[in-house]
Design a protein around this ligand. Sequence first.
Ligand SMILES: NC(=O)c1ccc[n+]([C@@H]2O[C@H](COP(=O)([O-])OP(=O)(O)OC[C@H]3O[C@@H](n4cnc5c(N)ncnc54)[C@H](OP(=O)(O)O)[C@@H]3O)[C@@H](O)[C@H]2O)c1
Length: 321
Amino acid sequence: MRHKNILVLGGSGFVGSALIGKLSSQGRRVRVATRRYEDGRHLILLPTVELVETDINAPGAIAPLLAGIDAVINLVGVLHGGRGQPYGPGFAQAHVEIPRMIADAARAAGVRRLLHVSALGVTDADPAGLPSMYLRSKAAGEQVIRGTRDIDWTIFRPSIVFGAEDRFTRLFARMAKFLPIIPVARGDAQLQPIWVGDVAHAIAATVDAPWANGRCFELAGPEVTTLGAVVEDVVRWSGRRRLVWNLPDDIGRLQAMALEFAPGPTLMTRDNFATLGVPNVASGPIATELGIDPVAMSAVVPEYLAEDDAVYIPRRVRAGR
Ligand SMILES: NC(=O)c1ccc[n+]([C@@H]2O[C@H](COP(=O)([O-])OP(=O)(O)OC[C@H]3O[C@@H](n4cnc5c(N)ncnc54)[C@H](OP(=O)(O)O)[C@@H]3O)[C@@H](O)[C@H]2O)c1
């Protein structure tokens, strides 16, 4: 079945912007909900995209968005959600309650197809065993989706995602601009970064695919690396020479705590530090059905960093995310 009309929640962000471009280029009509119209304004330049300002956290807010919709894609996610057990209130809302509200509203509206983005590091085992609030809440969100009756769901677990609008390579490139030494907490953390275009391709490729129903796809790039090695690459690709200092864990944890309480946008928290303790590496090659030959960082990051200048600020950073 061709799902022509798609509702994307959490679509104003980094992954959403790439995905919505892809869906639009496939000729689909895409409705995007955002809490701040300004944050999604770049999307209305795309043909077939409708941007709706609404707070999907409000009771009953999702149902009207589903009018005429064939499939829903949930990209809502946060990196910082306060503290609590088993997770802070921001994580509970974004990663568990919103998926629950989406699944319930879709089911009530008779919209059967639901695609949901989780994160690599989540396992099918008991979420309580996961070391961070981010991962525990993502796991609980997956359980909500899997447990909803009458829904054809597909779950994606991406590793860290890179691309011109990311906050990952951009942050370290900006640090390299101003700091002689770049201190990196959890420099030995294992990652398998994936290009945002590949993530968008994977999700778009499964919207109409019956073979993807009830399946969970890990999305990871062609190389397993470490955070410290990525920072060294980013510094080099930025055309600079800087010392990258992989902090011992005790100091890295203190740095994370200091950054958690620092004023301004949160760069890192103790929970992020805990998340990085889990290898962010896929259990095997990317599923061939997705039709992706994953792009390496070296193929795209040097290019967009070369276009960088002192005033480049990704949209998502301007939006305070
Ligand atoms: N980027 C990565 O490296 C990465 C890696 C693994 C998994 N993921 C997952 O991929 C998804 C997309 O990530 P991204 O990097 O595109 O994130 P992003 O740029 O930060 O965008 C997140 C989106 O979530 C929405 N959102 C956040 N909290 C919300 C709340 N309480 N209520 C309603 N909407 C809320 C925002 O919508 P508004 O427009 O309303 O602000 C925004 O559009 C997330 O689920 C993330 O966890 C990302």
